[in-house]
Design a protein around this ligand. Structure first.
Ligand code: AR6
Length: 184
């Protein structure tokens, strides 16, 4: 199952799949502030990339003891054994009802920063997971239009990035993204 839509300077594609298998220039990791790995997509990417990924992450500077990337920002490493040349480690917000507006803004930021990082590394293609919608509990119906809205805006201006693929792990998140893509 897949879907796509073309914009002025690039295409958005949606598919059900595993992000570690994507043959793109950069894949985005739904990381946490430590950049030391974790569960979900983070664990899968570290396993597939091999130990060099963690080694590179641990060399990144800490802004607080044990923390290497604030929420809303991203850090770039090589791709290790992945097909992708780069991994963009992006830290999405933890969602809760009391700070939902802040979480929405941080979800926008993390997508904007990841696209910017891909362009700075001259990437033509980038694959995102549905950041924050697993362990960080961001409702998928809210996250999908936010993520796609940022990408649509980004693709209105020229950059090296011409393909932005969202790799959804199962049918329900795909359906939420497909619905949002029709309206973005
Ligand atoms: N390919 C594509 N999507 C995947 C894959 C995969 N291989 N594996 C899981 N997903 P999550 P978060 C989907 O929890 O919510 C980690 O422990 C998953 O179904 O991976 O941003 C980090 O270290 C969900 O829709 O990321 C952080 O501590 C989406 O990816 C924390 O979890 C994101 O789920 C980050 O939580």
């Amino acid at each position: 199952m897949n879907a796509s839509r073309d914009f002025a300077h690039g295409r958005i594609e949606l598919l059900v799949g595993n992000i570690v298998e994507q043959d793109v220039d950069a894949i985005v990791n739904a990381a946490n502030t430590t950049l030391e790995g974790g569960g979900g997509v983070d664990g899968a990417i570290h396993r597939a990339a091999g130990p060099s990924l963690l080694e590179e992450c641990l060399k990144l500077p800490q802004y607080e003891p044990g923390r290497r990337c604030p929420t809303g920002e991203c850090r770039v490493t090589g791709g290790g054994n992945l097909k992708a040349r780069y991994v963009i480690h992006a830290v999405g917000p933890v969602y809760n009802d009391r700070s939902a507006e802040k979480a929405r803004e941080q979800l926008r930021q993390v997508h904007r920063n990841s696209l910017q990082a891909a362009a700075e590394h001259d990437c033509r293609s980038i694959a995102f997971p549905a950041i924050s919608t697993g362990a960080y509990r961001f409702p998928i119906e809210e996250a999908a239009p936010i993520a796609l809205g940022v990408v649509r805006e980004f693709l209105e201006a020229p950059s090296s990035v011409q393909l932005v693929r969202f790799v959804l792990f199962s049918q329900p998140p795909f359906d939420a993204f497909e619905k949002a893509l029709g309206k973005v």
